[in-house]
Design a protein around this ligand. Structure first.
Ligand code: NCD
Length: 316
């Protein structure tokens, strides 16, 4: 049987596969909200191997597994507390951990690490972020949030604002969202932190109109979704660029006043000062609901990769 690894949103070939997955997620969400006892993954084990810090992603994966009746083995900081600290390769660790678990969720600072892990693993590998590469499950929960809010994804205008160079959640969204029709993209960042060429080329090849802008004011009245990202200071050396962004890419009530009444304001979190806390009570602020959706998406994902009862095609 082919293993259902999930390391890139490029694995989805069309929107109907993603929408099938959203429908399965909606069923899982409803059952979870009704607190129906549901333990289909009883006896299965998820290993969470996180070589970088995480709050939402790791906790939601682990909670998802436990809510489905499965167990979790985990190291809080794999770089320090796994044999990586003794010099073991990622490949060897993954081979060994795969012997103890039914699936591995991996976060690693190197781009491409999830692909390397998937090549040697004997159980499904799910990427929880690989350096400045991708963060595919975050993109799924982001798209699910948009889908639930608007009832569609087609024909929406979305602006990505902040660190588009290192922001891996945006990279995975750029592979995912053009599967729907009529999307328009705006990329707002200082030139030093612009979208890498491969993602610009992907947008061009998919026929998605996109514009690179230097300020939100240039598109604020026309967008349906504003997706703000944190400056990825851990991947970043220039204090000067850091300061430029901090001052010019901030959303507060004054900025929001200029935007659509049904805008969806998103952020993968953690936020620093890109979105002022005064905005949290505005009905357009969607980032906490977005984070909660991560639980349901990851429950549906674990079910889909560990059980045969799914209509989703996991291409790898
Ligand atoms: C993101 C990540 O780790 O890439 N966080 C997350 O998983 N929700 C975004 C970030 O760290 O800025």
């Amino acid at each position: 049987m082919r293993l259902k690894h999930f390391i890139s949103t490029k694995q989805f070939a069309n929107k109907s596969d993603v929408e099938t997955f959203f429908k399965e997620t909606a069923v899982v969400e409803k059952r979870a909200r009704e607190r129906l006892q549901n333990t289909p993954l009883s006896g299965k084990i998820l290993a969470s191997l996180f070589y970088e810090p995480s709050t939402r992603t790791r906790f939601s994966f682990e909670a998802a597994m436990m809510k489905l009746g499965g167990g979790v083995i985990s190291t809080e900081n794999a770089a320090q507390f796994s044999s990586a600290a003794k010099g073991e390769t990622l490949e060897d660790t993954v081979r060994v951990v795969g012997g103890f678990a039914d699936a591995i969720v991996l976060r690693h600072p190197e781009e491409g690490a999830s692909g390397r892990a998937a090549r040697v693993a004997c159980v499904p590998v799910v990427s929880a972020g690989d350096g400045a590469g991708e963060h595919p499950t975050q993109a799924l929960l982001d798209a699910y949030t948009i889908y639930k809010r608007f009832g569609r994804i087609d024909n929406l205008s979305i602006a990505f604002m902040g660190d588009l160079l290192y922001g891996r959640t945006v990279h995975s969204l750029i592979y995912l969202l053009p599967l729907w029709r009529g999307m328009r993209f705006y990329c707002i960042s200082p030139t030093q932190l612009g979208l890498p060429k491969i993602y610009r080329e992907h947008l061009a090849a998919s026929g998605t109109p996109f514009k690179e802008l230097s300020s939100l004011a240039q598109c604020s009245k026309e967008i349906d979704v504003l997706y703000v990202t944190r400056i990825q200071t851990e991947r970043f050396t220039s204090e000067k660029t850091n300061a430029i962004i901090k001052n010019s890419y901030r959303v507060d009530t004054e900025v929001l006043a200029d935007m659509k009444k049904d805008l969806l304001l998103m952020h993968p979190l953690p936020r620093l000062d890109e979105i002022s806390q005064e905005v949290d009570d505005d009905p357009r602020a969607g980032y906490f609901v977005q984070a909660e959706n991560g639980l349901y998406i990851r429950m549906a994902l674990l079910l889909s990769i560990l059980e045969e009862k799914t209509n989703v095609t996991w291409r790898y």
